[in-house]
Write a protein that binds this ligand. Structure first.
Ligand code: MN
Length: 715
């Protein structure tokens, strides 16, 4: 499967593929009707590539057919852009093609509305994404094929937009495809994005790879023909092919190996597809008899599949001339599963069409059911660890495999097995050795949990280091079940400890500060804040920064304009840079009708022959213009904030270095640094930063330095 369109993609060819596959003539007819409808809706629309718009939904449908998706998904693929981009109404679509198709198209449309959230994104957007996914996973499959074709034609877009879409594809859609078991889709999406996402690294990788490509090709085909011969002698039917590694995954791997390409053993792999599982092992035996394997690289993913369900035998052998090559052995079924992943779930071969989420993907539902309980940032973490993080497999003493995110601890493991084991956990052994409960578990380890009969319950400290939403959820549930008064006392102690750092106590929190806090958070009064801290729902550090370091407490500094790079000099006056949507190389000028001052809201207007003129957003000359010549525009770096910090720390010769290291890591410039030493070190410094909420992070990071006793904002 390669996700490439034929020379002349057209609906008749597509329909004949479906007919050959045994799709009923009623369904074929309806798919044709959907195509005609889409064609009618998009009539006259042209893509940036210059092609008629209908080629895009048609390509999407081609790929859905290639994935073996069902009738409703193919129809939804054909119609996926009609609601958003044409006058066709969802009610009419439902009338014409039924509610199943309508709800798929609606899902795809809504998914397109979930804005790019990057790594620091908003939990709310993730929630939306999950909700849409959980309702019907086919929405994601349709969206992925849509994105695939968009990436194949992304060259036609302006470069800024290209980069943004590539980034989104690599950070969101490729990991989603991977988590849904669609390995080939992931690889292709990443490779298509790589060029635009990291252009220099892309070129470097190509160069590294290109050097010996020809001799590698010759070598692979030599090994393939030798294997073919051997299997023929043993009367094993097999399909054997050489398979080049995807470029982006090669780049990631090279990064881990200091760009030493000789350390990459699976640069080229040979894939052997056979008829049965027992043939897989037979072939492995034949290969090992001929060529010595690298001991640590024999992997039996048939007996123990990867967390995303991937099954296959992998081995790396010293083949001809003692050169190393990877060999993958699998059945046709395993091969299809790996390529199609979740898509196989709706495959034609499977008569039962269930909408139910398969076992492997239950995490979506679990995560959703917790979203109400987890705070926004924890929800985000849970989502990231479940979707975007690599997974590890660890084992119970009985040999049962448990799937956890990388960085998971024995406590996560305990809760993954059973709540009761988590709640009574007092220690852990990894491969026979006692380890701390916060220990970072490694793939393949054998874990034994030591429990106590005394029902001690989980420790509040565990909240700091657990990685899975399951563990977090259960620990909090237990803490909540504790006595309310006790939690209130604990909360007061914890918050007092934190407030001490800035010379305050719980009793000294002013009415005004508290009202301000309450306006932004859901807690009604001080007691409920303290109880929430005691129950582990609120972090004392968080309360402290919301109370005293939030954006409303600081004001942008004036007179900063001259610090920003000028882009155009009008009357020799330095002006801050303006960014206009989608455009980069057009001449910019300030409109004389309204001459916007820096940092007032602005829009750009494409003039005839004179580039883009910048107007105040409300300028009457552009406000009523309905044409698409009005563009969004922004002043870059609208605010720079300056704050002086006062820090007290235990005496340590390195304290200044520690502080400035942290600041420079956060790309924060520090000036006017002063150090006075008596029995303690007192540091003052000025910092500048662009986003008001950055101050919280800065203060938290500095107070995380072990010697630091107090961090205070001076002005
Ligand atoms: Mn589309």
């Amino acid at each position: 499967m390669r996700f490439k369109l034929p020379q002349n993609p057209n609906i008749d060819d597509l329909l004949s593929i479906l007919k050959k596959r045994g799709v009923s003539s009623v369904d074929v007819e309806r798919i044709k009707r959907a195509y005609l409808k889409a064609d009618e809706c998009h009539k006259g629309q042209i893509r940036k590539t210059g092609e008629a718009y209908i080629m895009h939904p048609l390509a999407t449908a081609y790929y859905l057919v290639e994935l073996g998706m069902d009738y409703a998904s193919i129809v939804a693929g054909l119609l996926h852009d009609t609601i958003e981009d044409t006058d066709y109404k969802i009610e009419n679509l439902e009338k014409d093609f039924g509610s199943e198709v309508a709800s798929l198209v609606e899902g795809v449309t809504r998914l397109g509305g979930v804005k790019y959230f990057g790594k620091k994104g908003k939990a709310e957007d993730l929630r939306k994404l999950l909700l849409i996914m959980a309702k019907d996973l086919r929405v994601i499959v349709v969206k992925l094929t849509d994105r695939l074709h968009n990436m194949q034609t992304v060259y036609a877009l302006p470069s800024l937009k290209r980069k943004k879409i590539a980034k989104e594809t690599i950070e969101i859609y490729a990991p989603l495809a991977s988590r849904l078991g669609m390995g080939e889709m992931k690889g292709i999406l990443e490779d298509l994005s790589f060029k635009y996402y990291l252009p220099n690294e892309y070129k470097k990788t190509l160069l590294l790879l290109g050097k010996d490509q020809d001799s590698r090709d010759v070598y692979v085909s030599e090994v393939v023909s030798q294997i073919k011969e051997k299997l023929k002698r043993e009367k094993i039917k097999a399909q054997i092919e050489g398979r080049a590694k995807h470029l982006y995954s090669l780049y990631k791997k090279l990064e881990r190996h200091n760009n030493d390409i000789s350390k990459i053993y699976d640069l080229e792999a040979i894939r052997i597809i056979v008829g049965s599982i027992s043939d897989c092992y037979k072939v492995l035996g034949i290969v090992h008899k001929e060529w010595k394997p690298l001991l640590k690289r024999i992997k039996d993913y048939i007996a123990i599949p990867k967390p995303n369900g991937y099954r296959s035998l992998h081995t790396t052998v010293f083949a001809l001339e003692g050169k190393i090559i990877e060999i993958q052995i699998k059945t046709q079924e395993m091969h299809e599963e790996a390529e199609w992943g979740i898509a196989a779930h709706w495959h034609y071969k499977e008569i039962k069409k269930s909408k139910e989420v398969p076992e492997k993907l239950r995490w979506i539902n679990k995560l959703l059911s917790w979203q109400k309980e987890l705070g926004a940032s924890e929800f985000m973490e849970g989502f990231k660890s479940d979707v975007f993080q690599d997974r590890i497999f660890v084992f119970t003493p009985k040999g049962e495999a448990i799937d956890l995110p990388e960085g998971a601890t024995p406590v996560d493991f305990a809760y993954a097995i059973h709540t009761q084991i988590g709640n009574s956990c007092i220690g852990a052994k990894v491969n026979g050795k006692i380890v701390p409960l916060s220990y970072d578990l490694k793939n393949g380890s054998l874990i034994e949990i030591i429990t106590s009969k005394k029902q001690l319950g989980p420790s509040r400290d565990w909240i700091r280091f657990v990685k899975t939403p399951t563990a977090l959820h259960e620990i909090r549930k237990w803490l909540r079940g504790q006595d309310k008064d006790k939690n209130l006392d604990i909360g007061r102690d914890l918050l007092n400890k934190e407030l001490k750092k800035i010379g305050k106590t719980v009793d000294k929190i002013s009415r005004k500060d508290l009202d301000f806090y309450k306006a932004k958070n859901t807690y009604g009064d001080l007691d409920s804040i303290l109880v929430a801290i005691g129950e582990g729902f609120l972090k004392p550090k968080r309360v402290l920064s919301d109370l005293y370091f939030s954006e409303n407490n600081i004001k942008p500094k004036s007179g900063i304009f001259d610090k920003i790079l000028p882009i155009f000099n009008k009357n020799n006056r330095k002006e801050p840079k303006i960014i206009v949507e989608g455009e980069q190389n057009m001449l910019l000028s300030i409109a004389s009708c309204c001459s916007p001052k820096p940092y007032t809201p602005i829009k750009g207007y494409i003039t005839r022959g004179k580039g883009i003129s910048i107007h105040v957003s409300s300028c009457p000359n552009i406000v009523n213009k309905k044409d698409n010549r009005v563009l969004n525009a922004l002043w870059e770096n609208p605010d720079i904030y300056e704050v002086s910090l006062y820090i007290e720390a235990e005496n340590n010769s390195d304290i200044l270095k520690k502080i400035t290291d942290i600041l420079s890591k956060m790309l924060i410039e520090a000036r006017n640094i002063n150090l006075k030493k008596n029995n303690i070190s007192k540091v003052t410094l000025d910092i500048e930063f662009a986003k008001p909420n950055q101050l919280k992070e800065i203060v938290e990071s500095i107070s995380d330095i072990p010697e630091v006793i107090l961090v205070k904002k001076l002005k």
